[in-house]
Ligand binder design. Structure first.
Ligand code: PRP
Ligand code: URA
Length: 206
């Protein structure tokens, strides 16, 4: 299965505090940043490098730098915004696109309300959304990003459900999903169990 679960003691530690219902929004935002940074590093493990000739203070050296390949990070609004800054901090040339999707509280179907994307043809794109529940939002976002020609599109999530992973695999077979946790499943209201509740509400204190 094209699912990569981040296995790192620090990731487990941060995620436990994110799940804790007593964690307040300010701490929640910091923890989201930290965990998303670990995920961003993991999700970009295979990006290309090229040789660069430099001189150390002691001798000439040909070493590796990132190849020119502007990356694109695409958060699914609104909760995905909590995962953007790690990408922009470590990849200064990254472009950011936005896809606004909101789940209906009754049906759990995602409704599109905003879309603003940079050129995507031939570029590596990372769709970021902390929660992969039914997978409906992720599939819609992947449809858009792939239609616009992005290559090697990856999905980066904090918590995923088996149902969401299966839905993405059904509509976008082979798409790599990077996640910090694969949880047990969904409840009747399509929330992830054990999960961490409504990520957007906890991130923004709403
Ligand atoms: C949440 C979450 C995902 C979506 C996941 O967003 O951030 O985008 O639900 O659910 P799915 O896999 O069943 O589609 P929500 O719709 O609550 O909007 P928000 O980010 O504005 O809070
Ligand atoms: N969206 C969330 O924020 N949390 C869930 O558990 C499911 C969807």
């Amino acid at each position: 299965m094209p699912l990569r679960v981040l296995a790192h003691p620090l990731a487990a530690h941060i995620l436990t505090h994110l799940r804790d219902k007593t964690t307040k929004p300010a701490t929640f935002r910091t923890l989201s940043y930290q965990l998303s940074l670990l995920l961003a590093i993991e999700a970009t493990r295979e990006i290309e490098t090229e040789a660069k000739a430099i001189e150390t203070p002691l001798e000439p050296l040909t070493a590796r730098v990132l190849a020119h390949q502007p990356l694109v990070v695409v958060p699914i609004l609104r909760a995905g915004l909590g995962m953007v800054q790690p990408f922009t901090d470590i990849f200064p040339d990254v472009a950011v696109g936005y896809i606004g999707l909101e789940r209906d509280h009754e049906t759990a179907k995602a409704r599109s309300y905003y879309c603003k994307l940079p050129p995507l043809a031939g570029r590596h794109a990372f769709v970021v959304d902390p929660m992969l529940a039914t997978g409906g939002s992720a599939v819609q976002a992947l449809n858009i990003v792939k239609e616009k020609g992005a290559k090697d599109v990856r999905l980066v999530c904090i918590v995923s459900s088996p149902e969401g992973v299966a839905e993405v695999e059904k509509h976008h077979p082979g798409t790599l999903i990077h996640t910090a946790a694969l949880d047990r499943g969904l409840n009747a209201r399509k929330y992830i169990l054990p999960g961490l509740g409504d990520f957007g509400d906890r991130l923004y204190g709403t």
